[in-house]
Design a protein around this ligand. Structure first.
Ligand code: BGC
Length: 763
């Protein structure tokens, strides 16, 4: 039997993982360099550094209608984003370096959110791996490819906690839990930037952590909506991944669109300066979100000049697209609404980022065409993306072990998403070459070998409403609406099902039904596909639902009636083969949910780490005058941390090394886990704590650590978690990060709802 002692993933352990601070001599050298440069800059040139337009399809310094080329020459541009291609980027950089007065190089940004051309699963799916090492590798590969293509700055990671799956952008984040999200945030920052501090190598890129803050809590899950929240909740539940990013050395932050305590984040000095810089020590720069400054006019806090001045003073250093800084700061300075020091501060931070990226040493260091030819979409990267995709899938149900499938079966694949190439990578795959991913049917055929017979029928359109369908498939251009009647499509599907041993129903959301501006009020499988599924189940053939989802979905009927469900999210460019790997059993699924799946939309927000209330519910039945619903249980359909395997893991009894702990001591919680089946597999062992009595109310359960252990068939390992005092801390009413003496409930298990308990007392 093996023994594994864990490094803690707990929030409290974060500080020890922090990246190296900037070494003093380097800092001094950088300060000297930037100061000398700024002495030579005019006011206009300083303001120019704060300006970040979107390039669109800019060509070699040619002025377009918006004249970005001319603006670069005039020194009015600090960076650009949305250019793909190393030659183009090199050409534009040359304009900045050779034609502007001071030759200051530009930053080149892009939303490299889950990979560049080799596209990994969407972030919510990456979170389902519960594997920080795999997530770090994914970000590392994204950095290698993006930097080979001229990009030095990515708008990722997106670390907004969200408990509202109506919000389409839950797909871009790391789930509902601060501990899991923090561990993965660190992994992503390290993957992009490296672990060793403040200077970037030529294959590392600067992270931009977004969206600071609370964007995932927009009311009713409607994108860009208002947020209102207590500071205690911010600090305990929504801020931890951002703090983890600062500790990991993230180079930049993006302000969120929403308001925080009545002031849009972009102009919120408490958020961007008091918390981010003064409290956490962040020393990079802050960029607004796309037109975030301009949008504050609509928020109703002033005209463009006013909101620009407020944003700058609050701590937003760079203006993405609004051109509010470019157009109004000079006037604001003349009118003494701002000071030159405000402009200098922001300008300095942006120049420091360029310095750290090495752009002053060599503005073309990210523009090596040999690397572009060699390092992008390589076999090794694709193999890693395929492994990671397979690891992200969550087996929700597998009645009578329908899965894995036999390679000799006759398989009917049904569904409009099963023959789409462009839909596979998922939202925000801006650099993906959409001709490259295989369709699910192609992937299945490639992996199954020639003894399986695989036939496909579309079965239905995405949904009945053509307008909703169009809005949800904007970038998935290869899912045109089928002109046949519903009946004709259904009959074809039923015909192939009748001849099959098993039916794979590849259904769910098209990829643009989640992501930005894709909130939904109903989060089930769209109607036309849902009806198709019911007909397939009614045939009595074994049906495997391969669920494409950018969010937790309400699949309550499916959970009851479909014998097997594999949730595959959006798995990136290699998703098709990865799905086949899991369906045919070459890979044993090990993903666990990073967010709760509700039974109905009315339960939302629904999350495992909730408070107890004064009228807690025991069990699932209705009780009068308790905190519950008349018509639906309080529990989720599938809880946080849940996910099945093709094997079975058995847990031995949970033991604690002691039942008392001093503030400088520790307690070990330990459990033996056995793979009791006949397949090798990986299990995520999860440690939760509950602080039973506090000066403020505490959640019923909080993830504090986890470990993914690989177990051969029949193998047993002991997993031990070390619990120490920093792990017990939380933000109290005064927002001090403290622990309080008293009793703690320790919970360990393979899902948030399947845990063993033990208790200890902090003295
Ligand atoms: C999104 C950001 C993104 C930016 C630049 C905005 O609409 O909210 O997440 O980084 O666009 O593309």
């Amino acid at each position: 039997m093996k023994r594994v002692t864990l490094t803690l993933m707990g929030l409290a352990a974060a500080a020890s993982l922090a990246a190296q601070p900037l070494p003093a001599p380097d800092r001094a050298e950088m300060d000297r360099f930037v100061s000398r440069l700024m002495e030579r800059m005019t006011l206009e040139e300083k303001i120019g550094q704060l300006n970040l337009p979107s390039a669109g399809d800019i060509t070699t310094g040619q002025a377009r209608s918006s004249d970005i080329g001319g603006a670069i020459v005039r020194g009015e541009v600090g960076g650009l984003f949305n250019i793909k291609g190393v030659e183009k980027i090199r050409d534009v950089q040359r304009v900045a370096v050779e034609q502007s007065r001071l030759g200051i190089p530009l930053l080149f940004g892009m939303d490299v959110v889950h990979g560049y051309e080799t596209t990994f699963p969407i972030p919510l799916a990456l979170a389902a791996t519960w594997n920080p090492a795999a997530v770090e590798r994914a970000a590392r590969i994204a950095a290698v490819e993006a930097s080979a293509a001229g990009i030095c700055w990515t708008y990722s990671p997106m670390v907004d906690i969200s408990r509202d799956p109506r919000w389409g952008r839950i797909s871009e984040g790391l789930g509902e839990d601060p501990c899991l999200a923090s561990a993965l945030t660190r992994a992503m920052v390290y993957g992009y930037q490296g672990r060793d501090g403040w200077r970037y190598a030529t294959d590392e890129i600067m992270a931009c952590v977004k969206h600071f803050a609370l964007y995932g809590a927009s009311e009713a899950g409607r994108d860009y909506n208002t947020v209102d929240m207590s500071r205690q909740r911010m600090f305990n539940e929504y801020f931890p991944p951002f703090l983890a990013a600062v500790e990991a050395g993230a180079g930049s932050f993006m302000a969120s669109f929403n308001e925080v305590e009545g002031i849009p984040a972009t102009a919120n000095a408490w958020l961007l300066t008091d918390v981010l810089r003064d409290r956490w020590g962040f020393d990079g720069f802050v960029v607004s979100d796309y037109t975030g400054i301009y949008e504050m006019i609509a928020h109703g806090i002033g005209d463009l000049q006013e909101v620009s001045a407020r944003a700058l003073q609050a701590g937003t250093d760079m203006d993405m697209v609004s051109e509010g800084y470019l157009g109004t700061l000079k006037r604001s300075l003349a009118e003494k609404r701002i000071t030159e020091a405000d402009i200098d501060r922001a300008c300095r931070r942006i120049l420091e980022a360029k310095y750290r990226l090495g752009l002053f040493d060599d503005p073309y260091r990210y523009c090596d065409p040999r690397r572009a030819a060699r390092d992008i979409y390589t076999d090794a990267h694709r193999a890693e993306a395929r492994r990671t995709a397979a690891e992200s899938f969550v087996l929700l149900k597998n009645e009578a072990n329908i899965l894995p499938l036999e390679r000799t079966a006759r398989i009917a694949v049904v569904g409009p998403l099963a023959q789409s190439r462009e839909n596979m990578p998922g939202t925000w795959s801006v650099a993906t070459d959409l001709t490259k991913p295989r369709t699910l049917v192609e992937g299945l055929r490639a992996v199954a070998g020639d003894r399986a017979e695989i036939v496909w029928a579309r079965g239905s359109n995405i949904c009945h409403d053509p307008v909703l369908e169009k809005n949800s498939t904007m970038f998935g251009r290869d899912i045109p609406r089928d002109g046949r009647t519903d009946r004709e499509m259904l009959d074809e599907a039923l015909r192939i099902a009748a001849d099959a041993d098993v039916v794979i129903a590849a259904l769910g959301e098209p990829s643009e039904m989640s992501g930005e501006s894709s909130s939904r009020s109903q989060i089930g499988i769209p109607d036309a596909q849902q009806e198709l599924l019911r007909e397939l189940v009614a045939t009595g053939k074994p049906v495997v639902l391969v669920l494409f989802a950018g969010r937790p979905m309400t699949i309550t009927w499916e959970a009851e009636h479909v014998p097997a469900i594999l949730n595959v999210w959006f798995g990136g460019t290699e998703a098709a083969e990865a799905i086949a790997d899991v369906l045919f059993g070459d890979v044993n699924p090990s993903g666990k949910l990073p967010a709760s799946f509700p039974r109905s939309v009315g339960q939302i927000p629904l999350y495992y780490n909730h408070k107890n209330t004064g009228r807690p519910l025991q069990g699932n039945g209705f009780e009068k005058f308790r905190s519950n619903y008349l018509d639906v249980p309080n529990t989720p359909l599938y809880p946080f941390g849940y996910g099945l395997s093709y094997t079975v893991f058995e847990y031995g009894p949970l033991t604690l090394s002691a039942d008392r702990m001093t503030a400088d001591g520790s307690v070990e919680a330990s459990v033996e886990v056995t793979n009791a089946g006949d397949r090798d597999g990986a299990e995520v062992v999860q440690l939760y704590l509950r602080d039973l009595v506090g000066s403020v109310t505490r959640p019923v359960q909080e993830l504090k650590a986890f470990e993914k252990v690989m177990l051969r068939a029949g193998e047993t390992k002991r997993v031990t978690f070390r619990i120490d005092e920093p792990m017990l801390r939380f933000y109290n009413h005064a927002l001090e990060f403290v622990s309080e003496p008293g009793e703690f409930d320790v919970m360990v298990g393979g899902s948030s709802d399947r845990v063993q308990h033990a208790t200890f007392t902090l003295e």
